[in-house]
Design a protein around this ligand. Structure first.
Ligand code: P6P
Length: 286
């Protein structure tokens, strides 16, 4: 079944989420399953996207970074199972910086492997609202206004010459081999760009070329980002755009989460930069 209804629903919800942000900057009492404080905007975005996506004929399950378990509704001949990070980087709402929504569409029940992705998209709440969609080997970028999409680029590919890099975690907590890799690519005169929201940082990499990641750090070998909700869909988008992804060892799309909220080191960007990272981390293992 076509994924187009999913993209349409996400675009429509994206405009409503953006309009709702100003009034929802307060923190709720609850935490999400990853132990992070929830903003009213997180809950609003999750409720809206869950409702709109489960209304679709093709969507039978919805899983979200904000919910412990998978929501199920109805049946379909070729069901889509949807993962959602409703408001990625929502802590940026306090500082009025960019945020996003990340959606993965799988043909297997969640938790599902990267190989089960049939499509993915993200909405970027930046100076303007844009949406990037990946399906059938093609990535497209649209402007989103009042839920309507205007195509800006119907065949988005990652620029070959890298310009930006950005990595999460505190530098003193980086592993020595990773720190050496960063020093190495800094000597290539890449520019540091780090927005604190994966969607914004990955969109920079797709716009200018480069690499973004959230590495394994001292005491947290799994890093911070969620494999099902962030790593797999964004890895799918970047690989579809001609880039590469890795968890430090292999493509993220070769990974299969054992649990819904499992974390993983995540890196996406130009293939040569990803390859150099995997070599640097392998050397460290030697
Ligand atoms: P830090 C947002 O909370 C997020 O999951 C990603 O969107 C982002 O890349 C990362 O965490 C930012 O983490 O530790 O820099 O705040």
């Amino acid at each position: 079944m076509s994924v187009e209804p999913v993209f349409e629903a996400v675009a429509a919800a994206g405009s409503e989420i953006r309009d709702a942000l100003a009034e929802r900057r307060s923190y709720e009492e609850e935490q999400n399953p990853s132990g992070e404080r929830q903003l009213a905007a997180d809950v609003y975005a999750d409720d809206l996207l869950g409702e709109r996506l489960l209304e679709l004929d093709s969507v039978t399950t919805y899983a979200s970074e904000e919910r412990e378990t998978v929501e199920r509704r109805g049946t379909a001949a070729d069901p889509h199972h949807v993962s959602c990070d409703p408001l990625d980087g929502s802590s940026n709402l306090t500082s009025n910086n960019a945020m996003g929504t990340i959606v993965g569409v799988y043909d297997q029940p969640l938790p599902a492997p990267g190989s089960a992705l049939v499509a993915a998209c993200y909405v970027l709440y930046g100076p303007v609202t844009t949406m990037v969609t990946a399906r059938d080997g093609t990535v497209a970028e649209c402007l989103v206004e009042n839920g309507d999409r205007t195509v800006l680029n119907d065949n988005l590919t990652i620029p070959e010459d890298p310009v930006t890099y950005g990595f999460g975690g505190r530098i003193p907590d980086w592993l020595p081999d990773f720190a050496d890799y960063v020093e190495d690519i800094e000597s290539d005169r890449l520019k540091l760009r780090y927005a604190g929201a994966m969607v914004a940082d990955v969109n920079q990499v797709l716009s200018y070329g480069g690499i973004f990641g959230y590495p394994m750090v001292q005491g947290r070998p799994e890093g911070k980002l969620r494999l099902q909700f962030e790593g797999l869909p964004m890895g799918y988008v970047v690989e579809t755009a001609g880039g590469a992804s890795t968890d430090g060892t292999r493509s993220l799309l070769k990974r299969s989460p054992d649990s819904l909220h499992e974390r993983s080191p995540v890196f996406v960007g130009n293939d040569p930069l990803v390859e150099r990272l995997e070599m640097a981390m392998a050397d460290g293992d030697a």
